[in-house]
Design a protein around this ligand. Structure first.
Ligand code: FAD
Ligand code: 2HG
Ligand code: ZN
Length: 476
């Protein structure tokens, strides 16, 4: 298929030959996939917005196999696209042209778990939800959670530095990942798989690979610090009349819930409309312009209930929230969470979706949605705002019935200029992939981007690892 409009030129990588396939089949017998019907789904991204034309899907099980494949590809100048669960939202997980797809899906073993320290070590292809289930049986949880948990893999999470719904409480993967094993572009295995809380021996190299989107190395194993499973979890779904009240509720909530607050998320009434229309999810409370999902996680149900009760009473008394419902039991907790987690899915039913994942100062978050609506007038089908408001992260999504270049031209660069004027980030948690890489300068100075280019050139001189991704066109 022809490359997407605006796609970069194909770089002069080799094309896969019969000899190459013979080599791959020797290393990965039965796991070198060339049947076009089987390769097809790995060529298309979750949003169905990108389509590559790879003819080879490799499914290693061991680090040593990854190492042999990459060493060979480097010597043959063959480009490789590392792929986890293929849930990425910026076109980073699928090939642009005929890059070999290296899937970690069969690298799904847990290597060790220490029930005293809570340190889990596993292969990169473990699905996030499977890790969560494994840990829950042992009274622990993963420090991250996201709507894509049923498909995304821990290697992909680390490669994108995924944030998600628990970042407010447990921090980013830059803090919770304790060690990584990475196959470098020349096939060397970099063993930084330490399981230590503290280790200041030289530069912290693993940090380079967290968020590097497959461009610096293939992550093969991860060691991660996991929190204890909370004994009591409560979720509240609240309605607010204005964004200012929502922010005041956040402030109050931080003060009154303190250490038990584990998530503070929001969605607007347009998201609710899409949940109602496309997924038939009814509003659990009365209609409001804004909705908040607050989660508490603590060790004492009585203590937590009391704190939550006091907070709700105060929030209602000071008219910060106008309606709400509380869940303590598992099925209702899940139902309330799905009102937030399934907005992305609802959007896919609304039409072609333009996605913006923006970090902004808290006070400015919703102004961007308002300004965008005004700026676009009637040109978009829906303009919705939701996200990890507690982390200062807005998900601004705009839909149209079909792909609409004129609409896109009205959105960009407006959205990026707006973001840069507040010194925000044009990619808070999804990465740059193919779609956002050329906008990096809105959030990073050219000096920083130049240094990124130097690091890439040092670690992957032939540029075989996930070409056309993350770095802008002018950095080679
Ligand atoms: P993929 O999509 O397969 O790959 C993503 C990138 O990482 C690609 O560039 C790929 O080349 C690279 N990569 C994958 N595995 C490796 C590896 N082993 N070594 C090196 N590079 C690798 N993101 C958030 O941050 N927060 C959210 O709340 C969130 N919610 C989501 C909800 C839904 C419904 C969906 C569809 C996506 C969501 N995402 C979210 C996007 C997020 O980036 C991914 O869900 C996830 O982190 C990607 O993991 P994956 O295994 O699917 O990786
Ligand atoms: C979320 O927080 C994800 O739900 C997806 O990061 C956001 O689809 C989006 O824009
Ligand atoms: Zn998100």
């Amino acid at each position: 298929s022809p490359p997407a409009a605006g796609a970069p030129e194909r770089l002069p990588f080799s094309r896969v030959t019969e000899e190459d396939l013979a080599f791959f089949r020797k290393i990965l017998p039965g796991r070198t996939i060339t049947d076009p019907d089987l390769v097809e789904s790995s060529n298309v991204d979750w949003l169905k917005s990108m389509k590559g034309s790879s003819e080879v899907l490799l499914r290693p099980q061991k680090t040593e196999e990854v190492s042999q494949i990459i060493r060979y590809c480097n010597s043959r100048n063959l480009a490789v696209n590392p792929q986890g669960g293929n849930t990425g939202l910026v076109g980073g997980s699928v090939p642009v042209y005929d890059e070999i797809i290296l899937s970690t899906s069969l690298m799904n073993n847990i290597l060790s778990f220490d029930s005293i320290s809570g340190i889990l070590t596993c292969q990169a292809g473990c699905v996030l939800e499977n890790l969560s289930l494994y840990l829950e049986e042992r009274d622990y949880i993963m420090p991250l959670d996201l709507g894509a948990k049923g498909s995304c893999q821990i290697g992909g999470n680390v490669a994108t530095n995924a944030g998600g719904l628990r970042l407010l409480r447990y921090g980013s993967l830059h803090g919770t990942v304790l060690g990584l094993e990475v196959v470098l572009a020349d096939g060397q295995v970099l063993d930084c798989l330490a399981s230590l809380r503290k280790d200041n021996t030289g530069y912290d190299l693993k940090q380079l690979f967290i968020g590097s989107e497959g461009t610096l190395g293939v992550i093969t194993a991860v060691s991660i610090l996991c929190p204890r499973k909370p004994k009591s979890v409560n979720v509240v779904f609240l309605g607010c009349e204005t964004y200012e009240q929502l922010l005041k509720a956040f402030q109050l909530c931080r003060g009154m819930l303190g250490e038990i607050l584990s998530a503070f998320e929001f969605l607007d009434s347009e998201c609710m409309r899409l949940l109602n229309t496309h997924l038939k999810l009814p509003n659990p409370i009365s209609d409001c312009p804004f909705y908040i999902v607050i989660e508490t996680s603590g060790s004492d149900p009585k203590h937590d209930a009391e704190k939550l009760h006091n907070f709700l009473e105060e929030a209602m008394a000071s008219s910060l929230v106008s309606d709400g419902t509380v869940a303590t039991e598992e099925s209702k907790i899940k139902a309330l969470w799905s009102m937030r987690e399934r907005v992305t899915e609802a959007l896919t039913h609304d039409g072609f979706t333009y996605k913006y994942d923006i970090s902004l100062p808290l006070e400015q978050i919703y102004q961007l949605v308002i300004d965008m609506r005004q700026h676009l007038g009637g040109r978009a089908k829906s303009v919705v705002g939701y996200g990890h408001v507690g982390d200062g992260n807005l998900h601004l999504n705009i839909t149209s019935s079909t792909k609409d270049p004129a609409l896109l031209a009205a959105i960009e660069p407006f959205v990026y200029e707006w973001t840069a004027s507040c010194r925000g980030s044009i990619s808070a948690e999804h990465g740059l992939g193919l779609k956002k890489r050329n906008y990096i300068y809105y959030s990073k100075p050219s000096q920083a981007v130049g240094l990124m280019g130097n690091i890439k050139a040092m670690l992957d001189p032939k540029g075989i690892l996930n070409p056309y991704k993350t770095l802008p066109d002018d950095v080679k």
